[in-house]
Design a protein around this ligand. Structure first.
Ligand code: NPW
Ligand code: ADP
Ligand code: K
Length: 495
């Protein structure tokens, strides 16, 4: 799914108005209806007291239409504020302002410098500014947003929280409204996927407002959101006459005395992700544990590595490797084969940059933020970090899996795939080791690196999401492994 900029959204808006055709005020009505349909299940009590704060642009116009529609749905404790801090108003705002006068809803207008009354409503809907934001909040706007942030009510933003940029860098210095819920139109905005947006968003929902989808999908963009459709398209069913040889042999080079669990986790993840065979190159001290936890996995002694290297279809190296990191240097000297490089092996790359010149094709690197900065230098924002990732992936023809709440998969052509699955219950040690096992497994099964990365990241998150939906507040990595076959079986979606 294409993620588009605010300017492209405006363009899709214009295109839909011209070609559907639909009057712009009717499109606003459709957007407001879509908002209300998503809002009601979140806040079903129609006695909820609601304050709707509206600017005088289209975001404010949406707010006025939402007020009228909520009232028609039986919400009868609605108050509307209209803030006239700008000199102008949009036509669709004007039309909806007139329509609101035919309802019993009370409207209070505020002008620059006005004292702001206390807010005691349970829910505050933010329709002040949306994707039209073009400068930081200052003056009366800033004062108002601080006032709203200071009250305990739940905040629900229309399209984008006021003050948050829809795309581009999110400077620390810019203040924004903090929304518990954002109900966004047609597409999530690119900024929602950056950790810096946490100051403005607790969670977001996306509603279809009927813009021309085929037009949107044709718009040029470097950013795509992975969807379940992608998984269904990419995943290849296991065939009736297939056998273990059909699904490749994955080798995991991992583990050390204190971190043997990392090796067990990534080996288990490889087995459960469907590799025909999985071998582990671990210190002998881990053998009893390996055979107990994962009897499916074979042992590859370190000293045999060079000799049997040719039998593997893909190699993952790094989790819990510790001092055995030098094995990476040896591996990069053998014949090239699909590789996943993670954790301690990434740290070694950072210490010995000449090794970066020897990366095989295809190769997937899976750094979290600290590993990424160790490798490519410190970055002051995620936007900068992503720019570096794109430059590096292109220059080195590698796939970079930049792990986070929303993992960015950066492809060798510089395009970025954003993974939406996963949740904070997964924020615990070993989760990345599982991902490395999954990636190596899919590479061994013959998926190209781009597809392996999309499958592994999405299904890793789906497995965690399903466990969280089953009520697990914490999802340990070992538990997640067992859910992988079901995540695959359901092709990335549980109903
Ligand atoms: N296709 C869609 O998705 C649809 C979108 N729709 C809705 O339209 C919304 C976008 O509306 P919008 O373009 O009128 O801009 P909006 O956000 O209301 O701001 C108003 C004006 O404020 C100004 N301004 C900017 N920054 C400022 C600042 N820091 N401090 C003070 N002023 C500032 C700036 O004016 P300027 O400075 O350029 O004069 C800006 O134009 C979108 O979020 C969605 O809710 C739906 O109705 C239907 C379909
Ligand atoms: N809050 C979260 N939401 C979604 N995914 C998460 C969250 N926290 C962690 N993860 C996922 O868990 C993995 C953690 O990887 P990493 O930091 O390398 O863990 P470890 O080194 O302990 O194995 C990543 O794939 C990341 O996307
Ligand atoms: K808003």
């Amino acid at each position: 799914m294409n993620i588009i900029t605010a300017a492209q959204t405006k363009d899709a808006d214009r295109h839909t108005i011209e070609t559907e055709p639909i009057a712009s005020v009717d499109l606003m009505e459709r957007a407001a209806n879509a908002f209300v349909t998503a809002f009601i299940p979140l806040y079903p009590d129609s006695n909820t007291s609601i304050l709707i704060c509206c600017g005088t642009g289209n975001n404010g116009g949406d707010g006025l239409a939402i007020a009228r529609l909520l009232q028609a749905h039986g919400y009868d404790a609605i108050t509307v504020w209209v803030v006239r801090f700008a000199n102008s108003e949009r036509d669709d705002f004007t039309a909806n302002f007139a329509r609101l006068h035919n309802t019993p809803i009370r409207i209070t207008e505020f002008f620059p410098g006005d004292k702001l009354p206390d807010i005691d409503q349970t829910v505050i809907i933010d329709a002040l500014l949306g994707s039209g934001l073009n400068k930081p909040l200052t003056g009366d706007w800033l004062r108002l947003v601080k006032h709203i942030n200071g009250v305990p009510g739940r905040k629900v933003a229309v399209d984008v929280p006021t003050g948050l940029r829809a795309d581009g860098i999110i400077p620390d210095t810019e203040y924004a409204l903090y929304a518990h819920d954002v109900i966004s139109f047609q597409r999530p905005k690119l900024s929602f996927f950056f950790p810096e947006s946490a100051k403005a968003i607790e969670r977001f929902h996306v509603v279809d407002i009927g813009l021309d989808e085929s037009y949107i999908e044709r718009l040029p963009t470097d950013f795509r959101l992975i969807t379940r459709d992608d998984i269904q398209r990419i995943y290849r069913n296991r065939l009736p006459f297939s056998h273990k040889g059909t699904y490749g042999h994955a080798l995991l080079i991992a583990g050390n005395t204190r971190t043997m669990g990392a090796a067990l986790l990534c080996c288990g993840a490889s087995v459960y992700s469907g590799a025909g065979l999985t071998s582990a190159c671990i210190p002998p001290a881990g053998l009893a544990a390996l055979n107990t936890c994962h009897p499916e996995v074979m042992y590859c002694p370190e000293e045999d590595l060079a000799e049997i290297w040719g039998t593997f279809d893909a190699v993952g190296i790094g989790p819990g490797l510790g001092q055995r990191e030098k094995l990476l240097t040896a591996c990069l000297g053998y014949s090239a084969k699909p590789m996943v490089i993670d954790a301690d092996a990434i740290t070694l790359l950072a210490r010995e940059p000449s090794l970066m010149e020897k990366l095989p094709t295809p190769c997937i690197l899976t750094p979290h933020m600290k590993e990424f900065d160790r490798l490519f230098g410190t970055h002051s924002s995620w936007w900068d970090r992503l720019r570096t990732a794109r430059e590096q992936a292109e220059a080195r023809h590698i796939v970079l899996v930049l792990k986070n709440r929303y993992t960015f998969i950066v492809m060798p052509d510089g395009s970025v795939y954003i993974n939406p699955t996963g949740n904070p219950a997964m924020a615990s040690g070993g989760m990345g080791d599982v991902l490395t096992g999954m990636l190596t497994s899919f590479l061994a099964q013959g998926y190209p690196p781009q597809e392996a990365a999309i499958l592994a990241c999405y299904l890793h998150g789906t497995a965690g999401d399903q466990l969280a939906a089953n009520g697990m507040a914490v999802v340990p990595a070992g538990k997640l492994i067992r859910m992988i076959p079901l995540a695959i079986g359901n092709r990335g979606g549980f109903s």
